[in-house]
Write a protein that binds this ligand. Structure first.
Ligand code: DAT
Ligand code: MG
Length: 140
């Protein structure tokens, strides 16, 4: 399996709940390498580009508003098969449906949260990863 890079975001709910370290721990424990890590408060412009594929969907505005609600931890992780591999660590999009053993399944809480409050983002393809890493880490 080829070595590649993916963009991970610890979303504002993860940072707020103090789970950044636990999420980085799981990435490293799997054997992936941290290439870049930055705590940043995303702008509307960056989020519009990041979530361009979802523009026009009913959840788009609340998603962007949520992503602006606090700092996010942007991470580039590297390893064999890391793009599908991290999504497998993250678990299903809806934390109430995510399997135990996954970040969303273990740490996502069912307390009437919206689906967007699912702790992490992970790139979904080689193309998305290249595009997203370029957006969040233009100097990488
Ligand atoms: P993923 O984060 O698993 O790649 P996605 O790219 O389809 O999921 O959607 C991006 C984010 O938007 C997702 O993490 C949470 C939110 N979202 C997706 N589908 C949603 C829905 N039906 N209702 C509310 N939020 C949703
Ligand atoms: Mg996605």
């Amino acid at each position: 399996t080829a070595v590649s890079r993916t963009l991970v975001l610890v979303k504002p709910d993860g940072v707020r709940r103090g789970l950044s370290g636990e999420i980085l721990r799981r990435i490293e424990a799997k054997g992936y390498t941290l290439v870049a890590v930055e705590l940043t408060h995303a702008t509307d412009e960056l989020l519009a580009q990041h979530y361009a594929e979802h523009e026009g969907k009913p959840f788009y505005a609340p998603l962007v508003e949520f992503m602006r609600s606090g700092p996010v931890l942007a991470v580039v992780a590297e390893g064999q098969g890391v793009i599908p591999g991290f999504r497998s660590l993250a678990g299903a999009t809806d934390p109430t449906a995510a399997a135990p053993g996954t970040i969303r399944g273990d740490l996502g809480r069912d307390w009437g949260l919206k689906v967007q409050q699912n702790l992490v983002h992970g790139s979904d393809s080689e193309e998305s990863a290249a595009r997203e890493i370029g957006l969040w880490f233009p100097n990488l």
